[in-house]
Design a protein around this ligand. Structure first.
Ligand code: ATP
Length: 248
């Protein structure tokens, strides 16, 4: 698959005098896992917020599946298949894993006015919620209250909530943040399992995970992409080593 699913052209985002996204252009191919890496303050979160619809760019265009979505509100982007998993957990902490997933499935099945379809039956909702629990590796924890899950399992649940929207593209903003090594490995396995089913745009500081997961890596520094390529190309790029990876 080599069709472009997401295309950013000449994107600019300013906060007063600070240019956080500086005439940035980027293509993400359908089916790929594409990572964006860069130092603190490079503009990664600002970029993902513009793609998700939480921030509007000052200049430039965002096209998803060939359609211009630059000014489309967030919920309409979700309906078109663009889902975001947040850097901060947004699950219902006092509900069980299964109820969290069932609520997300119900929200999707009943919320779309444009693509209206009959709401799912309760049993269909819970069947789908169980499947999602299985996909994200939580099938043995469906009855656990979300607040009792370890940090890593809560992130797995968050990915499940995003998947409940049946996305074509998943935006993952630092999914490994605050995780121990074992938890990161589980999430790497999960993202690997999703490969091919959903296009992934991943922002992540854990270089080991990025080099394992991403077919394409773009390096962001001061709001600009300074290099894009596969793991070997990025590891050996002199400019990237200087700006971000450091000399090994
Ligand atoms: P980190 O890796 O630390 O999360 P980042 O690469 O995600 O950083 P951003 O959070 O997008 O970077 O920030 C990019 C730049 O924009 C930084 O200089 C930051 O201080 C600035 N910035 C971010 N949000 C705002 C805001 N709401 N108002 C003003 N400046 C902001």
């Amino acid at each position: 698959m080599s069709q472009t699913l997401l295309e950013l052209q000449g994107l600019v985002k300013r906060y007063g005098g600070l240019v956080a996204t500086d005439h940035l252009s980027l293509s993400v191919k359908a089916g790929q896992t594409h990572a964006i890496i860069g130092p603190n303050g490079a503009g990664k979160t600002t970029l993902i917020q513009q793609i998700a619809g939480g921030l509007r760019p000052n200049e430039g265009t965002i096209r998803f599946d060939g359609q211009d979505i630059t000014v489309l509100p967030m919920h309409k982007r979700v309906q078109r298949g663009l889902a975001r998993s947040y850097q901060i957990t947004n699950i219902f902490k006092s509900c069980s894993v299964l109820d969290n997933l069932a609520l997300a499935v119900q929200a999707r099945s009943g919320s779309s006015m444009r693509f209206w379809r009959p709401a799912l039956s309760d049993s269909a909702i819970f069947d789908e919620a169980r499947e999602l629990a299985d996909t994200v590796g939580l099938s043995t924890r469906v009855d656990a209250i979300a607040s009792n899950l370890a940090h890593g399992a809560q992130r797995q649940l968050e990915v499940g909530l995003a998947l409940a929207t049946r996305p074509r593209m998943l935006l993952l903003d630092e999914p490994m943040a605050g995780m121990g090594h074992g938890e990161s490995l589980q999430l790497v396995e999960l993202i690997n399992r999703l490969r091919g089913q959903v296009t992934i745009l991943l922002i992540e500081h854990d270089m080991e995970a990025v080099f394992q997961l991403a077919e394409c890596i773009s390096v962001l520094v001061f709001g600009r992409i300074i290099a894009s390529g596969n793991a070997d190309e990025i590891r050996s790029n002199a400019e990237v080593k200087k700006a971000y990876l450091g000399d090994e």
